[in-house]
Write a protein that binds this ligand. Structure first.
Ligand code: AVI
Length: 331
């Protein structure tokens, strides 16, 4: 963290970089040698990937961020008022924390002080957002955790003696399949005391054209974001994917209620990855699965909460009913 940041108010807890590098190498080796090739979407977020994701959030087609912002702008005060004493605000997958400012301001207005514990896989996003927040809000303390969710949740519980709100925004829940989402929320639930709450942002099912445009925008930013995974393999593992060997594809699967994102081989080709001693053959049209983004109906949100032993205390929608924010309590 650069020196300008007041140290006493800032703490960064990191998982070792070596472990991250080894995780990436073994995930690529496993993912590209199985019958149906895939790469885990968590590796999309290196510093370039995080910047591209920020750009996605500002795209005209990617309505999710604006819809959530609209709801938070209307409800943050109402949420903070539910906490009688100073609380900790934890956030899973915080990214740039831009929307979270609305919550931070509401908690600061209510109690004058706040500890914010953002948890994100991207150290660079955490460091940049912490610096901005600390400069802007004198009453704020930031204990950032650079890790995957599981480990972050364990640390959040250990670091937080008092009441807390755990925010899981941006429809990040959608990047888990429905069973994993329920299992993960059960683990969040296990980290809660009775007075704690979870704030969950969930994207709703909607017509194909809107969804497919949101994940395959006219400017090609989402395509660059997905392709960045191959750029990363080339740079970090001596891969030879190059610039345009694969095409981005985003399809809405109504039956499954999810957007599926693949990179599709433009031709028959053999790609070497030097650091792994690997040569991978691709047929023309063969796809690497990169990411799913599940969408929920209101009934599916109910099922998700019930499966995680949570109850919805309050539910809000944006004006166009595209997106839902749910404040949950332990059931
Ligand atoms: C982070 N996550 C919720 C995004 C989504 O909408 O599923 C990731 C994303 N992938 C492509 N565009 C956005």
């Amino acid at each position: 963290m650069p020196g300008a940041t007041p140290r006493a108010r800032y703490l960064m807890i990191e998982t070792p970089a070596e472990r991250d590098a080894a995780d990436f190498a073994s995930a690529v080796a496993v993912g590209l040698t199985q019958a149906e090739k895939s790469l885990p979407c968590r590796f999309l977020y290196d510093s370039r990937g995080s910047r591209l994701f920020e750009a996605i959030c500002a795209l005209p087609e990617y309505y999710l961020t604006r819809a959530e912002h609209e709801i938070l702008a209307a409800r943050a005060g109402e949420i903070a008022v539910r906490f009688a004493q100073p609380a900790t605000l934890g956030e899973l997958g915080s990214g740039s924390a831009r929307k979270t400012r609305l919550l931070i301001e509401a908690f600061l207005a209510r109690h004058g002080a706040l500890r914010y514990v953002p948890i994100d896989i991207s150290r660079s996003a955490l460091a940049t957002s912490a610096r901005g927040l600390l400069e802007r809000y004198p009453g704020l303390e930031v204990h950032a955790i650079a890790s995957e969710y599981q480990e972050g949740l364990r640390l959040l519980k250990a670091l937080t003696p008092g009441p807390k709100l755990v925010a899981w925004l941006g429809s990040n829940v959608g990047n888990f399949d429905r069973r994993e989402a329920a299992a993960f929320l059960r683990r969040v639930r296990a980290a809660l005391a009775p007075a704690d709450r979870v704030l969950l942002g969930v994207d709703l099912r909607k017509p194909r054209a809107i969804l497919e445009a949101a994940y395959d925008d006219a400017q090609g930013v989402t395509a660059r974001f997905t392709h960045n995974l191959l750029v990363r393999i080339d740079r970090e593992l001596g891969g030879r994917f190059g610039a345009d060997s694969f095409a981005h594809r985003a399809r809405w699967r109504e039956d499954e209620g999810r957007i599926e994102i693949h990179l599709v081989s433009r031709r028959a080709q053999r790609i070497t990855i030097a650091a792994l001693g690997l040569e991978v053959d691709f047929a023309r049209g063969e796809a690497i699965h990169i990411e799913d983004s599940f969408k929920y109906s209101p009934a599916e949100i109910d099922e998700l909460l019930a499966a995680a032993s949570l109850r919805g205390d309050a539910r809000w929608l944006d004006a166009q009913s595209r997106y839902s924010l749910v404040l949950c309590a332990p059931a």
